[in-house]
Design a protein around this ligand. Structure first.
Ligand code: 8YV
Length: 315
């Protein structure tokens, strides 16, 4: 029996690609110079897409594949998949939740600490010889005991809050509705109110059309000149122009960001700011988590084509 053909939209680590290549015919779309010609040549046999959270699958791509049955996403965020198109064409969609939750939360908390305590600059202070030449590193800001706001108390937001409770922080959250798991954490229905009650505001919600720019100018100004914004979700959840302008003129204190509009290309204005911590969308980027994500991408494809229940279905 011939192997099932899969369109691979982005690269995976070698261990994932070996497993996929052993079991499927993988068409490496991301390497094709002439993508329309590549699709035309291979379209007939392709029954699945293997993609990445930030790459997704557009309506155009979905509708270019008449025999497409499933889209398997390497990542928890499936906002780059046109779900309406998938639904219209009866195509299954899967993602890789849970296995990455705690790593993403860890990096969010690490970003808060690294930026509030000036660790990146401190490393440069030592390596550059400034410590010997200029003396003590400038004082930084405390994190423990401060006020933390969690915008989106989903799996990742909950793990962030759970970690921050260990820093004796006063925790509030904003969600579509209060969550029983939140215990005595304060529920605020309005993102502006949450920002007003936060020294550190974590953006941890899934990106949807309804959440686009939920962190707008008003939220940013409510967080204020002493506040820090930490984004471990999607850039689309923040009005990036409003963010940059507020960082430039001091209406916002600082920002720690793992995601950007147009990534991996950033708005060049970010590179002129000294009150930001810039990270290359690697919150789930550990060997342990990425191996688990890659296995789920494979397991969902294998389950679908074997007629079994999908391990982690979205649609
Ligand atoms: C992944 C992510 O790094 O899970 C997601 O949605 O954005 C990240 O955890 C990314 O999708 C991998 O390409």
């Amino acid at each position: 029996m011939s192997k099932i053909e899969i369109l691979q939209v982005g690269p995976y680590p070698s261990w994932d690609e070996e497993r996929l290549n052993e079991n499927f015919v993988m068409h490496r779309y991301f390497e094709a110079d002439d993508k329309p010609a590549f699709l035309a040549e291979n379209v007939a046999g392709i029954r699945g897409i293997a993609t990445r959270g930030e790459l997704g699958a557009s309506r155009a791509l979905i509708e270019a594949l008449p025999n497409l049955e499933i889209i398997s996403v390497y990542g928890v965020g499936y906002d780059a998949v046109d779900l309406a198109a998938a639904r219209e064409h009866g195509i299954r969609v899967t993602n890789t939740p849970d296995v990455l939750t705690k790593d993403v939360a860890d990096l969010g908390v690490a970003m808060m600490l690294a930026l509030s305590r000036g660790m990146i600059g401190a490393e440069r202070w030592v390596r550059s010889g400034d410590w010997a030449a200029k003396g003590l590193y400038p004082l930084q800001r405390r994190a423990h005991g401060k006020r933390a706001g969690i915008l989106g108390l989903g799996r990742i937001g909950f793990e962030v809050a759970r970690r921050l409770a260990g820093f004796d922080m006063e925790i509030a959250y904003c969600n579509r509705s209060p969550k029983a798991v939140a215990g005595d954490w304060k529920f605020l229905a309005d993102p502006v109110e949450l920002a007003k009650h936060s020294d550190f505001l974590f953006v941890a919600l899934a990106a949807t059309p309804d959440t686009r720019h939920i962190v707008n100018r008003q939220v940013i100004e409510a967080l204020g000149p002493e506040g820090m914004l930490i984004n471990i979700s999607r850039a689309a959840n923040i009005d990036e122009d409003a963010l940059i302008e507020a960082l430039q003129d001091g209406r916002l204190g600082s920002a720690a960001l793992d995601v950007f509009e147009g990534e991996p290309k950033l708005d060049p204005r970010f590179l002129t700011l000294d009150n930001v911590l810039l990270q290359p969308h690697h919150a789930s980027g550990t060997y342990e988590t990425r191996k688990a994500m890659g296995k789920l991408v494979f397991d969902n494809l294998a389950a679908h084509f074997a007629g079994r229940d999908l391990p982690t279905p979205v649609l």
